[in-house]
Design a protein around this ligand. Structure first.
Ligand SMILES: *Cc1c(COP(=O)(O)O)cnc(C)c1O
Length: 233
């Protein structure tokens, strides 16, 4: 087995064990392999190891790389997104995790009206209320959910977060729990077009805790593909 295959198997096992600890069905958790900055061959290798979902964070890189990937993967866009770049994702991604403002959702809606299939989106929450981070403030998420869900060709299916960073994953647990509570509160409002079925949270350092707290989509990069050199775009 390649390193990538070994890593994926180990992570799947860890997800299963985290599910067992809290009595969850492992089928309710999906692993997204975050392949940003990694070459198409790594993605094909992960696919050969049974990995189907991939997350990308940079539009330009995604545009260049996606055509080089031969495997029929499912792409999720998870990074910060400028409205003028949404057109490059149209029809290429199954889900956008980073909707944090109405203007972005409007542009996604506009682009997807050219297609027959709606796009599933998650609302990104700045759960730590950190000044430098993107994401909608928790207090404004209901208003955003109502406005975004009213747009055509767009389905709000859950929440996503990038919580504050701590070396100890236990320190992140309260933020994951807060996300779960927010999702439950939103669900109870029964807003038309809003279904809180997905919670996208947990990365290489803390995905097990995220799973224990209810994550349905975990976004793991480094623990699958190894360290990356940071890049912008
Ligand atoms: C890069 C990235 C990840 C993966 O981070 P790792 O620590 O490498 O697992 C997850 N989510 C988002 C939004 C990212 O940009």
């Amino acid at each position: 087995m390649t390193d990538i295959a070994v890593n994926i198997a180990a992570i799947r096992k860890q997800i299963e064990q985290a599910c067992q600890r809290v009595d969850r069905d492992p089928e309710t958790v999906r692993l997204i392999a975050v392949s940003k900055v990694k070459p198409a061959v790594d993605i094909d290798a992960a696919f050969a190891a049974g990995q189907q979902l991939f997350g990308e964070s940079y539009v330009q890189e995604f545009r260049d790389k996606a055509p080089e990937v031969t495997a029929p993967v499912e792409w999720h866009f998870i990074g910060g997104l400028q409205s003028n770049k949404v057109k490059y994702l149209r029809g290429q991604v199954a889900m956008i995790h980073s909707v944090d403002r109405l203007s972005l959702a409007e542009e996604i809606s506009r682009q997807w009206q050219k297609l027959s299939q709606p796009i599933r989106v998650l609302l990104q929450v700045n759960v730590g209320e950190e000044a430098q981070k993107s994401g909608c403030e928790p207090a404004k998420i209901e208003e955003l959910a109502r406005k975004v869900a009213a747009l055509p060709q767009l389905e709000v299916c859950g929440l996503m977060c990038l919580p504050p960073h701590f070396d100890d994953p236990e320190a992140v647990r309260p933020y994951f729990r807060r996300m779960r509570e927010l999702a439950v509160q939103l669900d109870q409002l029964q807003i038309p077009g809003v279904a809180m079925t997905e919670l996208s949270m947990g990365m290489s350092g803390d995905f097990e805790v995220a799973v224990e707290e209810g994550a349905t989509l975990v976004r793991v990069g480094t623990a699958i593909f190894g360290a990356r050199v940071r890049k912008n775009g």
